[in-house]
Every structure is written in C-alpha cells, then in structure tokens.
Design a protein around this ligand. Sequence first.
Ligand code: AMP
Length: 192
Amino acid sequence: MKNVVIFGAPGSGKGTQSENIIAKYNFKHFSTGDILRKQIAEGTELGKIAKSFIDEGKLVTDELIINMLDKELESAKGANGVIFDGFPRTYAQAEALKVMLNKRGTDVAVMLNIQVDEPELVNRLLERGKVSGRSDDNMETITKRIKTYNEQTTPVIDFYKKEGTCVDIKGVGSIDDIFASISKAIDSAKEL
Ligand code: AMP
C-alpha cells in the first residue's frame, strides 16, 4: 500500500493532480476540504462549525479534523493506496496521521511538496473563484488562507523532511509535466 500526502499552498494544484493520481493509480482520495464542504451542504453540526472557520480563511481545529479523518480511514481498508489532500495542515495533524496509519500497520510513503510562488497562487485562486462557487475563493479570504498556510502549515514540511519522505515538486509549468514529476516520486516510493 502506498500512502501519499499531496501538500502545497491553496491554489498549488493539489486537487487537479489528485485527479491525475486517481486515474493512473486508482488510489482512494481523502480531501478534508471536500469532506467539510459536503458536511456544510448537508447542514450537519460539523458543517456549521466548519463554515465559520472556512469563510475566515482559518483552520478547523485539529481535534475535529483528526477525529473526522480517523473515521473516514476505515473505508480505506484494502485500497492500493491513499491520497491525503489538504491534510495534514499542522504539525500536530502530521503527528496524528502517523499514529493513525501506524495503528493500521502502515505509514506515509511519500509527501509531495508542490511549490508555487505567491502571486501565481493568488491568480489561480481568483480565476478559480469565477467558476468554483467556493465562498473562500475571494481576494480577502485568499489572503488570509495564504497567511494561515505560511504560519501554521509550512512546519509540516519539516516533519516529513525528518521522516525522509518529502519530495519537492515544481508546481509551475504544464499539468502533464508536473504530473510526470509526481508519478516519478510515487513510483520511487517504497510500498508499505
Ligand atoms: P481546501 O479545500 O483543502 O482548500 O480546504 C478549504 C478549507 O477547509 C481550509 O481553508 C480550512 O478552513 C478547512 N480545512 C481543510 N482541511 C483542513 C485541515 N486539514 N485542517 C484544518 N482545516 C482544514
């Protein structure tokens, strides 16, 4: 089994490249953002709490996210691999993911650190906002999300550097070229 963390700032292309990974490797995909948006659409308690954080460009609390993912992971039994998209977003979440996977006899095989500079991120998110209908794809929230990423999420890179599983991916250029680098990293990762 290969567990892949697809990592990067908002707008770095995690969602797009996750679709390519699913098409090629048939891995199971967990996007914490998608799960939260589904909860909001369904009007659940978790959805109501999450909406206030999302619209402010802030992170939902570690406890809520970790519990939510731990439950979702039950559906990954027997999968060839799993893509974690938008998770972990804090150092504590990275530690919790290791515990969750270790207790299931596995671990993260590779962390793909997709690198895109800030002006490009803002452009992409503003473009996406024209069609996505996402309440957080507007200039004010985009600025807050990038700040949150810089302050709270970048320490995750150190976690995976220490683990020896972080691979830097240049996130600008054609989608196909970026995916070629991603495929190479996944193919080189050890099956766990
Ligand atoms: P995304 O679709 O991954 O850009 O996530 C959208 C929003 O959902 C984020 O800006 C956060 O408010 C929230 N969110 C998604 N994943 C997480 C996570 N792992 N930890 C905390 N908040 C999250």
